[in-house]
Design a protein around this ligand. Sequence first.
Ligand code: NAD
Length: 350
Amino acid sequence: MFDHPDFDHHEQVVYGCDEASGLKAIIAIHNTHLGPALGGLRIFPYASDGEALSDVLRLSRGMTYKSALAGLPLGGGKAVIIADPRRDKTPELLRAMGRLVERLGGRYITAEDSGSSETDMQWIAEETAYVTGLRRSAGESGDPSPFTALGVFHGLRAAVRHGLGRDDLEGVRVAVQGVGSVGAHLARSLEKAGAKLVISDIDASAVARLAEELGAATLPPGEILDAEVDVFAPCALGGAIDEAACRRLKARVVAGAANNQLATPAAGEALHRRGILYAPDYVANAGGVIEVAWQRRSDYDRQAVLAQVERIGATLETIFARAKREGKRPEQVADRLAEERFRPDHPRAA
Ligand code: NAD
């Protein structure tokens, strides 16, 4: 574990197994300096335990950085269950997961992520109180995606201001890759703000429906990177931008929702060399964690949530300005700012 390439001073990694329900899970707690480790539960049919471990180590680390920069009193953690969410999810499996979370005594708080739903969180909540992303009252949703999309919208606007020198989005051409929960909400907000959209998804019917609703142009998934646009918004899977993808982009700004958009640090360098402004993913997509963090509070206040989500734009402006001043890439500055918060005593390179 300690030599694993994705191990980064994680405080705790817990393996959970329940024979009766078939649960095979890993919880990684990366850092709890600022508070309990909050992060979603991903359910995915990983090809191997090693793949699941890499994913949970990387994702839990990302949550520490995300919550720190969003100004939340939370640390970073993540959980994965090795299972096919379409076939293997049962109430017994989720209750067993709830017991595993409970045994950590509140050091880790779980929530929805890819492959898990609000209903799954309700099963988990039968065994533990350390779960969020639940609806607060009947008729309301606990789904954080609209808040994630709103945060990305504010972040994208800040990036357009800094990268294109434009204060509004009227006529700004945006390519949205992936129109699932977050991408579709984002596309609607962009359309309302006057942006010209081109959208793409491997789910052809989802693209067709949204294109008709918004009057947006479409491109096949293999061509969206080449779109003649000002902004590229990755809202599908991680790793969308490698060095080859970077060479294809016509956009001057990259700002989207997907986690781990840069396939490698070299992809970030390549964007920077080409003068493409990158809005660090975990800063731009923190709207959802802000909402689920508030959902745990007894003084939940929708206006305060929206104000905090809007501050993502200001945080990105600070990052862009500091990056320009220091000749660094935005993701380097974001990492440094986050580390100053959650590792205040950590020795730092100059
Ligand atoms: P989702 O599963 O609802 O949507 C993803 C969409 O991307 C799907 O419609 C899928 O068909 C499409 N897709 C997959 N591969 C594609 C490809 N190669 N080209 C084009 N489209 C493709 O997921 P989501 O909740 O909308 O999340 C989107 C991204 O944002 C993910 O990377 C997720 O980790 C990240 N994110 C989501 C949230 C949230 O609140 N949901 C919060 C933070 C980060």
